[in-house]
Design a protein around this ligand. Sequence first.
Ligand SMILES: Nc1ncnc2c1ncn2[C@@H]1O[C@H](COP(=O)(O)OP(=O)(O)O)[C@@H](O)[C@H]1O
Ligand SMILES: [Mg+2]
Length: 319
Amino acid sequence: MSYAIEAEGLVKRFGSTVALDGVSLTVPTGKVLGVLGPNGAGKTTAVRVLATLLRADEGWARVGGYDVVTQANAVRALAGLTGQYASVDEDLSGTENLVLLGKLLGLSKRDAKARAAELLAKFELTDAAGRAVKTYSGGMRRRADLAASLVGRPQVLYLDEPTTGLDPHSRNEVWATVRGLVDEGVTVLLTTQYLEEADQLADLITVIDHGKVIANGTPHELKRRTGGQSLQVRPTVLADTPKVAEILRELTGIDPVVDAENGLLSTPVDNPLLLSSVVRRLDDAGITADELGLRLPSLDEVFLTLTGRTTPAPEGSLA
Ligand SMILES: Nc1ncnc2c1ncn2[C@@H]1O[C@H](COP(=O)(O)OP(=O)(O)O)[C@@H](O)[C@H]1O
Ligand SMILES: [Mg+2]
């Protein structure tokens, strides 16, 4: 397999803070890697190292086969970045921003204008092309950022939390855009705090926490690896909830998670045969259930299993 991005043992310290504590990751060419982690995990630092904006203290990384330190210019020529930090000038119009970038990348004025018009059309910003970016909505702004990162036709694209703070509609627009780029063969490294986003977009997920990789794999593998399956029971009569909880506790040895709002009890199980015991015990107790079964844990539960805590809700959470 060929890798568009390879990193090994990246360490980055800021004073006494260890932002990256030996991060290794790979992204196969043409695939999407989701780097998933809570605020402060080291995601932006990793992206900045891979984008040649920051030098790691230890370890190495190659992008498109080029070393990010000794061949930084070659890396910059093939990688695009859109991030939490501004890549477009708020006071300039959409067109002005993209033309400026095109010229910086060595296009003639005419080619830069043509490329700008093409990208603005692609991101449905043609109507707003002449307006200052500061008048754009959040979703338009994010699309302008994406357009800016594509002026140089990157083969590798870094998207640092591309949908943080966006409303669900704008988020879906960004997701569709990312899928379109992947269809065109672009390799994407995307950072996110949203488990759902990684699940939706990524072929592979690397989970990082406190500068360390804590898990790696396809979304499906991650769900399988952590905690086997989840047993779910929703008693028909809400008042039966404590009795059901007691039965689950007896059979599994642990307290089930009770979602009081919708009357759902769930508990991790490693033995699927337990299901029939639960059915029998509920039947003995004369309790009926509207919902009873096994499923793979959600990515939220995966994170809980891996780190012992849930992901903190980010600012401007989509929830
Ligand atoms: N330029 C910097 N100076 C000092 N500390 C920094 C700097 N950049 C990041 N950090 C620290 O490094 C850690 C990782 O930050 P970051 O990579 O931005 O995490 P994330 O993007 O996952 O939220 C945090 O503790 C952060 O405060
Ligand atoms: Mg960040």
